[in-house]
Design a protein around this ligand. Sequence first.
Ligand SMILES: [Zn+2]
Length: 222
Amino acid sequence: MKIKPAPVSLLLACLVAVGALLLSCAATPEAPPSAKFNQSSIKITKALIPNGRFGRHKTRFMRPRYITIHSTQNFGGGADARTHARLLQRGGLKSEHNSLGFLTWHFTVDDHSIYQTLPTNEQGQHADYEGTGNRKSIGIEMCENAGNSRAATLDRTAKLAAELMRRYDIPLKNVVPHQRWERIRFDDGQNLGRKNCPHFLMTDGKPGPKWNAFLAQVKGHL
Ligand SMILES: [Zn+2]
């Protein structure tokens, strides 16, 4: 029996389909700094969690659609941005309830520095287990160590959020507090509700005037 060759158009259609599938699985590279970033006063120190370890052993790529703002609630004198970055780099923040076994996030900010621990095209574990907050947002932690200036930390965080908005074309309405995300625990499905985080920008546990003032600050840096 003679097999009839498939028409060229069908072969082409198959190639296009396979190509699209491959592209959808591939990583979107991290967005480059915006044109405005070069003149800005913020400096980002990269201190990435080692690739393949401590929460980066399973890489899940992400196209960020949101920016989630947290505060560390770590009031120790030395708990600045650098200390948190070093902690994540050596797998020092374990989580028995999430899918990775570790907490991970993208940036930590204090009154004088910003440390980046995860690439912005990789999902972290900082917000809501397997929810949208982790699947689609860049996590920023603000430090609360003793002696750290909250005003300077907020200003630096606002500048960073504005820069990330420019890089990823994220609208201001998608800059959200951790409180926005409902937390359904990964290992047992327990609903933990919403966290009062960042607590010093919430009003009775919800976004109110203090959160709006922060958003205005972000807008001011666009
Ligand atoms: Zn938080």
